[in-house]
Design a protein around this ligand. Structure first.
Ligand SMILES: [Zn+2]
Length: 534
């Protein structure tokens, strides 16, 4: 995820929506398993949470989802979504009841293995009670539901973001982190439970739908068009997106043959459109640079969704097809600017965040640190500054008494989950590691991490991998960078003198140019940094 530096210009509008949404009520606490929470000895209740310490009621226990077949009809005139969610799952034990996450919407009926089931609800939990217990192994659920999808508000230090299933004047944008999915379909809502998705989205004729994966069908009947999208590569729930509007679609292939599907709101024109198109045209080049560093791109398609939504203040790494705020391509005065780095950031997340997903939200620095580090790699590719120069300039620019250093990025708390240090200190941690273990071992660590089979990773697993590959004891190093709320001692002192010397440039002119660029990069994130100083 990346927050737009321009978001302040629309604070008033955002706040108005925040008040509305808050009035509807957000889940306060985890709820008990459900009315029937009994254990008969033969079967037990599934858990209402998957065990995330930061979000106890996110996800659920007792089963894993293999596939969501989401068949939804959305009418932009009323914002009402009419849905049938087919869920193919596997029970890890015999279940008398189990939970799904669903916020808002009205449930009309539920079937488990084709038999009508009872259910009960709290603000966040939908507890399903099948007529007879579910045996360990495969089972299927069908939930019919409707209503106006629930938006979420992401509370950040000092400000709030509109997220979730967001109605727009010409359709809808679906993006949010950590919450979005439970606002529009019943789901095991935690990145620990990845699944396949298929989306059949029906909209009034003329509207178009962009989503994850591949567009596999489109059919118009009686004034409504159904778009079929297929996303077979396992995906965390918050990365699922369906975006409804009027799109200029550009289908093309990168020079390596990867299919690209870009959807840019046709209302975005002129100079802004030019800079957006120019960034999107470089996606193949971005993937070449990132692939050279991280290993092969992990998915079978790529692309972008850019809506003309004035109060979308972030970009999100929705799998295979990030959703971008147009504001990344506008400066504070509303003039079009180069926005390549946000594309680099979100595409880097395809490796770090999407392919290697979080097992618990507190490890978010693993996503954001790598995605920010990718921006530094891109700066090097562009001849602007090396990662070491970015690191050095950032380190020098933020004094030791700045609250920026207070955030313990390895355990940032829910409040500071998306605060700047998670991004910036996260990237610094990676460059500091590179200085500590040397280039060869660093890139070996990164590539091995990106290639993990099971698709999840924790901070302690990352540390263990770094130690295994480097042969060094790195507890103290990671303790300083990830788990201490202080500015680390001079990084050059910590690094081997020869490596630091090799990493820095002797050339005075390029030194000045790099410093200027690094200062500019910091200036562009200054608003975020200021928030860290509130
Ligand atoms: Zn990000």
């Amino acid at each position: 995820m990346t927050m737009s530096k321009s978001r302040n210009r629309r604070t008033a509008a955002v706040l108005a929506i925040v008040c509305l949404t808050t009035a509807l009520g957000l889940p306060a606490t985890a709820q008990a398993a459900g009315p029937d929470g009994r254990s008969t000895g033969r079967c037990t209740s599934g858990a209402p949470g998957i065990g995330d310490p930061y979000y106890p009621n996110y996800g659920n226990g007792g089963y894993q989802v293999r596939k969501y077949d989401l068949d939804v009809t959305y009418d932009p005139a009323t914002d009402v979504l009419d849905g049938v969610a087919g869920i193919k799952a596997s029970a890890t034990k015999s279940l008398c009841s189990f939970n799904l996450d669903l916020v808002g919407m009205t449930v009309r009926s539920i079937e488990v293995n084709g038999v009508r089931a009872r259910w009960s609800r709290t603000e966040h939990e939908l507890t399903v009670i099948p007529k007879s217990p579910i045996e360990r192994g495969k089972f299927e659920v069908k939930v019919r539901y409707d209503g106006v999808p629930h938006e979420f508000v992401l509370q950040l230090p000092g400000f709030e973001l509109r997220t979730g299933f967001m109605a727009t004047p010409d359709g809808a944008t679906v993006a949010g982190q950590p919450e979005v999915a439970a606002g529009w379909f019943p789901v095991n809502d935690h990145p620990l439970d990845k699944a396949q998705y298929s989306f059949d989205v029906t909209v009034p004729k003329g509207y178009e739908v962009a989503a994850n994966g591949f567009l596999t069908g489109r059919e118009t009947r009686r004034g409504w068009t159904t778009y079929e999208w297929d996303a077979r590569e396992p995906m965390a729930s918050y990365l699922a997106t369906i975006d409804i509007g009027f799109w200029d679609v550009h289908k093309w292939r990168t020079n390596t043959g990867l299919p690209v599907y870009d959807a840019v709101d046709s209302a975005i024109t002129g100079g802004l459109r030019s800079v957006i198109d120019s960034s999107l045209a470089r996606q193949g080049e971005v993937l070449d640079v990132l692939g050279g560093a991280f290993g092969p791109y992990p998915f079978s398609t790529v692309g972008a969704i850019v809506d003309n939504q004035d109060d979308l203040f972030f970009a999100l790494e929705t799998q295979t097809r990030p959703v971008y705020s147009k504001l990344f391509w506008l400066d504070a005065d509303g003039n079009p600017v180069n926005g390549d780095s946000v594309v680099v950031h979100e595409l880097a997340h395809q490796w770090f965040g999407d392919k290697i997903a979080l097992a618990r939200w507190q490890d978010i620095w693993l996503n954001e640190g790598f995605a920010t580090y990718a921006e530094w790699l891109w700066a090097e590719h562009e001849g602007q500054a090396t990662p070491q120069e970015m690191f050095r300039a950032t380190y020098d620019a933020i004094p030791a008494d700045d609250p920026f250093w207070d955030v313990v990025i390895g355990d940032p708390t829910v409040e500071f989950l998306f605060d700047d240090p998670v991004y910036v200190r996260g990237a610094m941690t990676l460059q500091a590691l590179r200085n500590e273990v040397g280039d060869d071992d660093f890139w070996r660590i990164v590539r091995r991490w990106a290639a993990q089979r099971d698709g999840h990773g924790t901070t302690s697993e990352f540390i263990a991998l770094a130690e295994r590959i480097s042969g060094q004891q790195l507890d103290k190093f990671f303790d300083v960078w990830l788990f201490t709320g202080e500015k680390p001692a001079s990084p050059d002192a910590a690094a081997s003198a020869s490596r630091a010397a090799a990493a820095s440039t002797d050339d005075k002119a390029s030194d000045d140019k790099a410093s200027d660029f690094a200062r500019q990069w910091l200036a562009n994130t200054s608003e975020r940094l200021k928030r860290g100083r509130r």
